[in-house]
Design a protein around this ligand. Structure first.
Ligand code: ZN
Ligand code: ZN
Length: 415
């Protein structure tokens, strides 16, 4: 295997023309940004990606896991490397005012997945054009529905591991806020597990003027919401990280009617299976306890919906790729920011025991970062538009570095 410095140099050489040619990738990106598509509706996006991959010489299959795209470039003996980017947009009304803002009302690429697809195209084309410099098989995966629906799992269920060359290693990256051009790496746990929990509180409905003849599910559910706040603060050790949010609370139709039921939806983020199990059990206990205390006639329903697991990088692999990126982008750009509370379904694409590496690329424009209140990085981070914000607008100067990080990661295994 080559020394990291060789891979970095090779990547620099192979992408040196991109600076001038990035105009084409910028146009591709702006086109995707203008035409965002929600989970499992990424038909246009998938077709754009598939077209570029085909033109570059990949064998392309569309419709994998409904709207997913898989491009395979078999280039002799060697490992099978997967590069993955997600493609879906969000139900967010864009407020950036950019020239290339979304043309679809109420839908926006607010998580930067348009940038991820563009990076994939740039890396796929660079590596295809330079196929005499490496040996192995490159698999480029355009994944649907990361935000909603678990597209990675749907691709696996659709046989992505059987129908295409199985990966020996997988790489993925995500755009995040932060002073443009940094590349945070974490050798181990980088993203949290996410669960959704639906709760139904069954009370007894009746007239708003006669609460004594009812069991009011609104009041009971309000106690549930309040009591849940003590689960993380009182039952989870300070050294652990967990978040429990009640994102939905639905009950009632009129001010003078006490409804018969209330519905809550919770989101739980955890970073260890033990904490996850403990909090899930505590949620059940709190909901059941409050309903008993209120005298609900029927026990509540608590349903845990399948979520995303922890994303845990292979430590040795991450350290190796981080060293390559450090060489490539500058020593100050690569550092360990520790695990985030966000979640991803990327790891579903890795068969059991297959190592993967996932890192971040920061994209806040320099003037926006400078103007943000705060001194420390973490302070400023709270004051610039982040992922899912209607104001999220990555600086396009990250286009070329994001291509280079992917190309160099692939080459670290293919040369
Ligand atoms: Zn997102
Ligand atoms: Zn995302």
């Amino acid at each position: 295997m080559s020394e990291p410095v060789d891979v970095a140099r090779l990547t620099q050489d192979l992408t040196s023309g991109l600076r001038a040619g990035a105009g084409d990738l910028e146009d591709f990106y702006r086109d995707l940004h203008r035409h965002p598509e929600l989970a499992f509706q990424e038909h246009r996006t998938a077709a754009r990606l598939a077209g570029r991959l085909r033109a570059a010489g990949y064998e392309v299959t569309e419709g994998v896991g409904r709207t997913g795209v898989v491009g395979v470039l078999a280039n002799g003996d060697g490992p099978v490397v997967w590069l993955r980017g997600d493609m879906d947009a969000l139900p967010v009304r864009e407020a950036t005012g950019l020239d290339h803002a979304s043309t679809v009302d109420g839908v926006m690429h607010a998580c930067g997945h348009d940038l991820h697809v563009t990076w994939l195209v740039g890396a796929a084309e660079t590596l295809a054009a330079a196929r005499e410099t490496w040996s192995g098989t490159l698999v480029v995966v355009g994944q649907p529905a990361e935000e909603d629906g678990g597209g990675a799992g749907v691709m696996v269920a659709d046989g992505v591991h059987e129908r295409f060359p199985r990966p020996d290693v997988l790489f993925g990256q995500h755009v995040v806020p932060g002073p443009v051009g940094l590349c945070p790496h974490t050798p181990g746990l980088i993203l949290s597990a996410s669960d959704e929990i639906d709760v139904v509180v069954h009370g007894v409905g009746g007239h708003g003027s006669r609460p004594e003849s009812t069991v009011d599910p609104v009041v009971t559910a309000a106690y549930v919401v309040t009591r849940l706040q003590s689960v993380i603060s009182r039952e989870v050790a300070a050294k652990e990280s967990a978040v429990l949010t009640v994102g939905q609370f639905h009950a009632g139709t009129k001010p003078n009617v006490i409804p018969a039921e209330a519905r809550l939806s919770l989101n739980l983020r955890t970073q260890s299976p033990q904490v996850r199990e403990h909090v899930l059990a505590a949620v059940r206990r709190v909901v059941e306890g409050e309903c008993r205390a209120a005298g609900c006639p029927v026990p509540p329903e608590v349903t845990v919906l399948p979520g995303y697991p922890n994303t845990v990088n292979d430590a040795a692999l991450d350290q190796e790729i981080a060293a390559v990126h450090r060489e490539l982008l500058g020593a100050h750009t690569v550092f360990d920011f520790g695990p985030a509370m966000g979640s991803e379904d990327f790891s579903f694409l890795a068969p059991e025991g297959v190592p993967y590496d996932y890192w971040f690329v920061t994209s806040t424009p320099a003037d926006v970062w400078e103007a943000a209140p705060g001194e420390e990085l973490t302070e400023k981070l709270d004051n610039v538009p982040g992922n899912h914000s209607p104001l999220f607008a990555p600086d396009l100067s990250v286009l070329v570095p994001g291509v280079r990080t992917l190309v160099s990661a692939a080459l670290s295994r293919l040369t």
